[in-house]
Design a protein around this ligand. Structure first.
Ligand code: NG6
Ligand code: CA
Length: 502
């Protein structure tokens, strides 16, 4: 009798601790869009198109106005997001070719690794773009590793690089999906292989012309960056990609609904080539770029529906953001320029993808966790590099010394309890020009890089002189006030110098 009572007490304690644990260990779903600008969503002020599903998440959560990707391009932003370290601290972390080796050392303490160690099931679906395989690149026809599974993910279903780079195949865990061994795949970023048609030689075969770059192997009527041959049965169909990826995300959440899980859904949208499904094609009136935003919004809605169906809404922390700012013509003639109308992809910000101006790195950032994250908007200064330290703190763990040195615990800001956030944040442009935002000041270091990228018509923000902008009165970075504020310039330049020397 006595032992039964003790048993009961233990079960109650055990159940109690399970509930407490469940509260402290929410599922985490990070939806990371590609090239989505600060002004591209209706909840961030866009009026020419509507993004009702993302807007709903924002209305139920917290919408940040001063959140930053660490870089104005993909690879370094993702490197920082997963490692808690600014990418410019490690050479070779610029935009990666599709046959690059894995850029994150396999002994790194990464965001998925921390969660995996704490009992989470961790998955990545979508764009990877952080390299795969050992030095020299992966063995596409064999086991493709190291990759996501070697840095903390339990499951991966990825595009090796980007939608516009070969190889145009999905990789599930260590293997290309649907590869026929009698039709092996070959990839080269140096010279054509086999006799596959290219955009340059066979423009008559294209569904959509390239505007700059992107004139190499044609896959699914679209010419890409890089050459590939073989692997016919494994090649993706761009128009189906959003459905294929969303399906993988939903299956993962279904499978692991009873364990805490972390899903990094790295969408292909709205990167080029913009080839939305026929359900979305022509629907925005803004050409494929606008249609891809509608498709992205649909993906978010579909994932939220699954979270609701599984009864996980209150125990799931949802984050929606983007890896860098917007670009209109990124290499294909997809009518993005002609049909832009009055839409401002970067909203009130100057520049865009590739740029040192804030349009390059200040991005949409939405956090929802019903009952835990306050609702409304937050002007706190936060960076995606902070997610690692903040999530570690959320689940009650500690990072070792020197681990994730640039990641700060901003949990209070992410929950909506701290309106201020970081003291300062560093931003990296395409050609590695660094900027620093501190309070209302933005300093861009002198740089010999070009002022404008001609093909994309992006103002890169490079200038041989130091630039200082007062973001409080001049969010659009139009008036360089460096000459009037020499002491602010030297203070910020000194912080940047010290950061570089760390
Ligand atoms: C550029 C590509 C651009 C895009 C970008 C990477 C050309 C001319 N331009 O080099 O189309 O692929 O790299 O984008 O090739 S990112 O979002 O993955 O950083
Ligand atoms: Ca990107």
């Amino acid at each position: 009798m006595r032992s039964r009572r003790i048993g009961l007490i233990f079960s109650v304690i055990f159940l109690f601790s399970l509930t407490v644990q469940a509260q402290e260990r929410p599922n985490i779903v990070l939806i990371y869009a590609d090239d989505l600008g600060y002004g591209d969503l209706s909840c961030y002020g866009a009026t020419q198109l509507k993004t009702p599903n993302i807007d709903r998440v924002a209305a139920e959560g917290l919408r940040f106005t001063n959140a930053h990707a660490t870089s104005a391009t993909c690879t370094p932003s993702r490197f920082s997001l997963l490692t808690g370290r600014y990418a410019w601290r490690q050479s070779g972390t610029g935009i990666a070719p599709g046959d690059a080796a894995l850029l994150i050392p396999t002994n790194s303490v990464t965001l998925p690794y921390v969660l995996q160690r704490a009992g989470y099931k961790t998955g990545v679906v979508g764009k990877w773009h952080l390299g795969l395989g050992p030095k020299g690149g992966p063995d596409w026809n064999g086991e493709i590793k190291p990759g996501p599974l070697e840095i903390g993910f339990n499951y991966s279903f990825i595009l090796p690089a980007t939608g516009d780079r070969v190889p145009c195949v999905y990789v599930e865990n260590h293997r290309i999906v649907g590869l026929d061994p009698t039709d092996p795949i070959k990839v080269s970023y140096k010279e054509p292989i086999g006799n596959e048609p290219t955009g340059k030689a066979n423009p008559e075969r294209l569904k959509m012309n390239y505007s700059h770059g992107h004139d190499q192997t044609i896959v699914n009527g679209v010419s890409r960056i890089g050459y590939m041959s073989g692997g016919q049965s494994a090649r993706w169909v761009d128009e189906d990609m959003a459905d294929v990826l969303t399906d993988q995300v939903n299956q993962f959440m279904d499978t692991y609904q009873r364990t805490p899980f972390f899903m990094y859904f790295s969408t292909h949208d709205i990167h080029v080539p913009r080839m939305p499904h026929s359900r979305f094609a022509g629907k925005s009136g803004m050409g494929p770029r606008g249609d891809a935003i509608l498709q992205l919004d649909w993906c978010v809605g579909a994932v939220m529906k699954t979270i609701d169906r599984l009864g996980l809404k209150n125990n799931t922390l949802v984050i929606i953001s983007s890896d860098n700012g917007p670009v209109v013509d990124d290499g294909y003639e997809d009518e993005a320029v002609a049909k832009l109308g009055n839409h401002k992809p970067a909203g009130p910000l100057r520049g865009g993808k590739y740029s040192a101006f804030d349009g390059g790195t200040r991005i949409p950032f939405i956090v929802r966790w019903p009952g835990k994250v306050k609702t409304g908007t937050s002007d706190a200064l936060v960076s995606q590099v902070d997610l690692l330290a903040s999530v570690t703190s959320l689940i009650g763990k500690k990072l070792g010394v020197n681990v994730a040195p640039d990641s700060f615990n901003m949990l209070d800001a992410f929950l909506g309890n701290d309106p201020k956030g970081r003291d300062y944040v560093i931003e990296q442009a395409l050609n590695n020009t660094l900027s620093i935002v501190k309070g209302h000041w933005k300093y861009i270091e002198p740089s010999s890089g070009p002022a404008v990228q001609k093909n994309t018509r992006t103002e890169l923000g490079n200038n041989a002189e130091a630039q200082l902008y007062d973001l409080k009165t001049d969010l659009g970075e139009t008036k360089n006030v460096a000459a009037k504020n020499p002491q602010v310039v030297s203070e910020l330049a000194a912080i940047l110098k010290a950061e570089k020397e760390k």
